[in-house]
Design a binder for this molecule. Sequence first.
Ligand code: PRX
Length: 684
Amino acid sequence: MGPSGPEQRLPRRSRSGGEWRSTCEMTTQNARELTEESVEARLAELLGQERFTPPAEFSDDAEISDPQLRARAAADPVAYWAEQASGLRWSTPWERVLDDDDAPFFRWFEGGRINVSDNCLDRHVEAGLGDRVAYHWHGEEGETRDITYAELLDRTARFAGALKELGVGQGDVVGIYLPMIPEVVVAMLACTRIGAVHNVVFGGFSAGSVAERMEVSGAKVLVTTDGARRKGKTAPVKPEVDRTMGQLAPLEKIVVVRNTGIDVPMTEGRDVWFDEVVAAAEPAAPEPMDAEAPLFILYSSGSTAKPKGIQHTTGGYLTGVSTTHRQVFDLKADDVYFCSADVGWITGHSYIVYGPLANGVTSVMYEGAPDYPHKGIWWQLIEQRKVTKFYTAPTAIRACMKWGVEHVAPHDLSSLKLLGSVGEPINPKAWLWYWHVIGGENCPVVDTWWQTETGAIVITTLPGIDAAKPGSAGTPLPGYEVQVLDPETGEQVTEGEGLLAIPRPWPSMLRTLYQDPDRYRSTYWNRFGESTYFVGDSARIDGDGYIWVIGRVDDVINVSGHRLSTAEVESAIVAHPQVAESAVVAKADDLTGQAIVAYVTLQGGTDPSDAVVAEINAAVADRIGKLARPKRIVFTQDLPKTRSGKIMRRLLRDIAEGRDLGDTTTLADPTVVDTLKDRWDAGA
Ligand code: PRX
């Protein structure tokens, strides 16, 4: 396509690999002798340490070593982002970097044309990197597949051709509901190649929730699979899809990836096999897309039961993810990068698919759960593939801590150079465990704060130059500005607590909520005006400008880093015919960060039968997915309400977390909470 040099921004090879490795080997040697007692003792020592500076060997060879970069970017952020975007291959250069005339509907790289799959694949293959492995894929039963950039390009171009033959064109929505298999990447990239808009639904969500998302996005084609494997079992997927999706009018075709080989019904004229259409198709060329053409929609939970269709566009998103991936993970050409997220979440979109591929690195992709076939599988993969950069979530780290160091100790993790965390605040103890046990005290830990809406990492530490403070994400990356604002006055807080806000547009920001610009405006741009993005998190900023994210200020729950809305779970529960009312709150949980607690009143106020409990759980699993099932359901005659009938959720959270209830006089019936507290304490 365009004129700019494809190698321009590809990562450098690391300079001091040999030296570094030997240092790491020494510490891992010690790590192998780790016991629970030795780890406890070491963490107790480290708990008092406020800052962790990057290891010297790391800093010496870091991608970003200029401490002035933030200041330079802040002096002219628009020019800074233009410089980053110029590392990509554009078929038509942009005319204007940022168009903020119609805030909050910002536009980036106006007039530019670019294709995402061209940047992720063709550009690297043309530069002679076709034989480089894009993904070392590992199945949960131990199978492996290495997919090179050239192979990924071939499959993508063919599937893009197949989609065109199925009638998909620019702007059409394609649903993707697949497990962690390479075809999920092929399907996403194929959409970008021809300007179709993908709408990936996390494989852990139920087929019912897929149907809802397909319907609201008007998807024309759905790419799914015969079945999915999870911890040694095979779950049929296609029959479930048929059950919930059969009636959807706009859905014209279902493409089925043969994954588990189980027998599934295929509807003549509507359903086709992925491998057959790929084999028959002519490869499609990448179509130059407008920088602001929609790239994908990803549904995420908000304050209401209706999920938000977060919409990202082409040029800005790719600029944001490629830049941040390179900087935050300190990319080198010989890196082997492993992100344990699922492609169905934004972390998977940005840091399994688009960031790594745009930067031409080799990734490990794992199909299975972290404890299957055994609790040391991640560490085994890291050892086997010599993974250098590893990115996971605090909830997973806490689970590994609980499982014990015996699952880590047998593995040689000396290849690791950097560790990342994402999805929720990481408590200092989990941070220290990650640093000590997994990183051998030699790998910077980057705690990355961002959201589906931001598209890319916003706050973290630059690993080669910034000290990390366990529990704090760090400071905004170059080109971003983040503020903590007083909730009452909207004034900036320079040291203290407030609401997180981003007072300046950035390239990978969401552009709107799919077909709902009013909700986009009211959700993000009403609180502090039309040019300051309201994040929805509260945070503390310290004297060094480090940000300590506290949590959501809306009715969004974060379970194991998965974002769910209380209203969504409530509406699944009240759909049960015997349920009269339900209030769902989040309770702090040692393992999952937050856990779901549901308070439920039944018709006629009766005590529940075991069948009702099972049915409620099944209803939640069916409508949303198993991950949304409440950890605890408390049945009650009444919920605490104000005189105007509003449920006082604060009290429900206080009950669940064992706090003093304080003033309850505003309640219509203050005795309700006493009864509830008794029921909670009695384990009812
Ligand atoms: O509350 C913040 C929390 O996750 C929310 C965004 O969720 P989602 O859109 O699903 O994206 C998750 C993966 C990027 C944020 O509003 N969050 C995410 N990362 C962190 C975090 N909270 C604290 N520290 C983090 N590193």
